[in-house]
Write a protein that binds this ligand. Structure first.
Ligand SMILES: [Zn+2]
Length: 294
């Protein structure tokens, strides 16, 4: 099976430096293994989509020499695929309706780990419902290529949401189906998604999908310890500073580019980085020397 990686951004704003790190790491790991690298736009949560963000993201990837293979996949165009797979789980009684409102879940302390109430007592037929996975496991483990062995043990099965009460498919369902349909073999992404991996692997088992290799790169922080994220307004990547951005990203990823790399062009930098990619050199924390100004 050919190595197939992917970068799967949500079009909720321009790429910031943390997302460039994830894109670059997943691209370099794929190319270093002579693999394919695909782009998937995760716009299944339609209300959060920002107009033009899709174009900004693709322009930034293109400007930085991260060339992708095959046609770009848009989750918003695959709702029939998700519905078909969800129906399969319902038919197999691996999914069930849940009529609990958020306030009820909070009152029972069951928002993040569902308490199974609607497993036992199905909601009224006319209630607005979410669909939840009937999980049959309380614990699992996997080995991350960067973060090492990951172990999860819950007090009860994690019946997470597959389709929301507002009618949108949940991120977990779409991601798992897409990774399977696109024949992804390796996922390299930010450590903010490390915990989601347990749910995705659980769902893969219910569908009898192939298992994937995972590598979660540490979240970038500034030297002062502040995290880089959309929430605290990390600046957008500037497409006018491609060489600086790539050199800085490679240093953050522990790849030790030569001192004169700043004089190279983006293609020479990418070529060097593909040849000299060492995922094991990624440090425990990706520290940015100072605030990247646009
Ligand atoms: Zn419920």
């Amino acid at each position: 099976m050919i190595y197939t990686g992917r970068f799967a951004p949500s079009p909720t704003g321009p790429l910031h430096f943390g997302s460039l790190l994830a894109a670059l790491a997943s691209f370099l790991d794929a190319r270093h293994h002579a693999g394919k690298w695909l782009i998937r736009i995760e716009d299944v949560d339609t209300p959060r989509v920002v107009k033009d963000a899709n174009d900004w993201i693709l322009q930034t990837l293109d400007a930085h020499g991260l060339e992708w293979d095959d046609a770009i996949v848009y989750q918003s165009q695959r709702l029939d695929l998700y519905e078909a797979h969800l129906n399969q789980l319902i038919d197999q009684q691996k999914a069930y309706p849940c009529g609990c409102a958020r306030s009820e879940l909070d009152a029972r302390n069951a928002r993040h780990l569902y308490d199974g109430k609607c497993r036992e007592t199905p909601p009224n037929a006319d209630a607005r419902v979410a669909l939840r996975l009937r999980s049959d496991t309380i614990g699992s483990e996997f080995t991350d290529r960067i973060q090492g062995k990951q172990v999860l043990l819950h007090p009860r099965p994690d019946d997470f949401v597959l389709k929301r009460r507002d009618g949108y498919f949940a991120y977990q369902l779409a991601v798992v189906i897409d990774d399977h349909e696109q024949q992804i073999t390796h996922i390299v992404r930010g450590a903010d998604l490390l915990q989601e991996t347990f749910r995705q692997r659980d769902l893969q088992s219910h569908f009898n999908f192939q298992k994937l290799e995972y590598a979660h790169i540490p979240l970038a922080t500034y030297a002062n310890g502040q995290k880089l994220s959309k929430q605290n307004l990390a600046p957008a990547i500037s497409n006018n500073k491609v060489v600086e951005n790539l050199c800085c990203a490679l240093k953050c990823l522990g790849q030790n580019p030569p001192e004169n790399m700043h004089q190279a062009n983006r293609h020479e930098i990418i070529d060097w980085a593909v040849k000299n990619w060492h995922i094991e050199q990624i440090p425990a924390t990706c520290v940015l020397p100072n605030q990247q100004e646009t």
